[in-house]
Write a protein that binds this ligand. Sequence first.
Ligand SMILES: Cc1ncc(COP(=O)(O)O)c(C=O)c1O
Length: 476
Amino acid sequence: MPESSKFLPFALDTNDPEFRADRRALLEQAARAAIAYLDAENESAVEPSGQAVAALERFREPAPELPASANQVLELLTKVAAPATIRKTAGRNFGFVNGGCLPAALAAAWQVSAWDQNASFFVQSPAAVTLEEIALGWVREMLRLPEGTGGALTTGATMANFTALAAARHALLARQGWNVEEDGLYGAPEIRVVVGEEAHASIFKALGLLGLGRKRVVRVPVDDQGRMRADSLPELDDRTILCLQAGNVNTGAFDPAATLAPVARKAGAWIHVDGAFGLWARTAPPFHALVEGFDLADSWATDGHKWPNMGYDCGIALVREPEQLHAAMSIRAAYLLIGERREPTDYNPELSRRARGVELWAALKSLGRSGMAQLVERTSKHARRFAEGLHAAGYEILNEVVINQVLVSFGSPEKTLRTIEKIQQDGTCWCGSTVWQEHTAMRISVSSWATSDEDVERSLQAMLRAAAEVNGELGR
Ligand SMILES: Cc1ncc(COP(=O)(O)O)c(C=O)c1O
């Protein structure tokens, strides 16, 4: 036997005290490594070094013929993979819309992995199914959505958009006497989909997956913040899905739901809201006016892994009439012991799935509604501070900073991109680039519970340093 076979994953007697001691040692070692990783977050660069990324090549080998000990597996992850991660856990990662992971959610994730539950239906895991149901109810309450709304947990908002839009597709076609789940879209009556010009890419992906087509949409012009222009809304009817957006990924702007949603409801259209992060602004009283009207929708997509900081991954699809979602997603087979209660698998595209409802429950339990509201307010305050600091230094802020998103230009596209590159290399913080209505910009998304005032000041200084260096290189 090779030396690496000491703690093999098979032919073990799980009652053997020696096995138990080895397993305990392994898991304690894993926990120690994870804690050390977290403890190092303030001293470490957010972006991994080129050397660490290059070292990932060590993992490339033909499919291993011989087993390896679990300790050896863990050691490789700790020594080679961990240094090549992006420091998402630090409060200075402002890339994409990356939430952090609250301690309670992380602890819950460890439990979930130890339990190894399949959250498909109740018989498979009473605990996972019950906590998921409760967490979904809390999300509905915190977001102030209509009573009776039900939904599903998915991997992310992309799948939540897909899931909710599958319910919309079902409902609109059923109204016209067409059963899309049974008969598909061949020969089906046409559905019209209306989206804003700045709808998120995931909406188009979801429409493509649903056979509704990425291109076969009516695009409504938007203003300079990406908000749908109410005066350009086309005629709607009960064969139309209107996709509104709560929180543009670049500007954070909200479509004017208070104006548009009543019109769409009156016309009998299905209103879907993509609120991957922005919908959570409904938890915070200072933002109530901004997010008015979104509760009039028929379906909503949002994320647990963005503003609620429950760690990856968790999307949330909500539907006002959950039976429409059930009709789109339910599955039956003799061996699937589907009961009378709410079974998760009847509401989402998957059968086997991680018990992410437990992690969502843990995040929401540890935050409470007031903690969630504070998280929204605090991260938005941080965003305003970034905008103020950058503007005071003479750089252009391209958006109205309404929530937690900032777009800044450091001058020409070349200068902006070079500044971003320098910021990433410096490692104090991490920001990505975008093009907003033809202007190259740096995106700052403050979405983590872990971001402190000090993180913001430190990061702001790093940004200003990088921008000054670029001005030195390329001229102001
Ligand atoms: C508005 C919006 N919709 C959808 C998504 C996709 O979310 P996910 O990455 O969780 O699939 C995002 C991601 O940032 C988003 O901002």
